[in-house]
Design a protein around this ligand. Structure first.
Ligand SMILES: [Zn+2]
Length: 235
């Protein structure tokens, strides 16, 4: 039996979230506290010439499942560690799983289910349609580098940080992904692998047989191993 917290962690319940419109009128869902803090951060960034915009906020289980299954079946491109497309057709299920996990989360294992996590870009520097969400866009010379630099200095004061960092997270470093840690850390601590197992067994997630053989380790690596959240926020 899934509790309301399990449902929230697995992207099956958005009751705790608020709807809002982004700069281009797109409707998004975010945790109420994360949204209030994001709005404050956005105003502060704007004063420094950075236009914070959300490429992706809340994503539910069925949406993540569609993305995952389309990648597993080759309907959607899969990128390797160097952000170049990889042909996974001749791969074993284990190799497919490992390759997809470089840049995608298993359904029910994405922080985007929580409403606390966002993929950000600088709308004054690049359009949503041009954005590829690759690290070079956020590094020196890339359109989102000024935003990245600004966030490195200021995001913590607004309760945001990067959970996916080189050497600190089980998943690849994602320079665009920020988490509202006052809420996300509390949710992460309540993640229940046994409940996840029940959900996956009854779902049509691609590659679930190979996942179920190593589920404890997958949760440790891809859910629990993230960069440590800052311990204190001075708002
Ligand atoms: Zn993300």
């Amino acid at each position: 039996m899934l509790t309301p917290i399990d449902k929230r962690l697995f992207g099956l319940d958005d009751a705790a979230l608020r709807t809002f419109s982004d700069d281009d009128g797109r409707q998004l869902l975010l945790d109420a506290d994360a949204l209030a803090s994001f709005e404050q951060m956005k105003i502060a960034a704007r004063r420094d010439g950075v236009q914070l915009n959300i490429c992706s906020g809340f994503r539910d289980f069925s949406r993540q499942c569609l993305i995952w299954n389309n990648k597993a079946s080759g309907k959607r491109p899969v990128l390797g560690a160097d952000s170049q497309p990889v042909d996974i057709n001749h791969f074993s299920d284990q190799q497919r799983l490992e390759t997809l996990l470089l840049w995608s989360a298993i359904p029910a294992m994405s922080r985007h289910h929580w409403g606390t996590d966002v993929d950000l870009f600088d709308a004054s520097a690049i359009g949503r349609e041009q954005l590829q969400l690759i690290n070079s866009e956020y590094q020196a010379g890339g359109p989102c580098y000024p935003m990245f630099h600004w966030l490195e200095q200021h995001a913590t004061a607004f309760g945001f940080y990067r959970p996916f960092q080189q050497g600190l997270s089980g998943t690849s470093a994602e320079l665009w992904h920020y988490s509202y840690f006052p809420t996300a850390s509390r949710l992460q601590a309540q993640y229940d692998t046994e409940k996840l197992k029940q959900l996956l067994i009854s779902s049509d997630v691609a590659l679930k047989d190979v996942m179920l053989q190593q589920l404890e380790q997958l949760v440790i690596t891809y859910v629990q191993t993230v960069a440590p959240a800052p311990s204190r926020v001075s708002l």
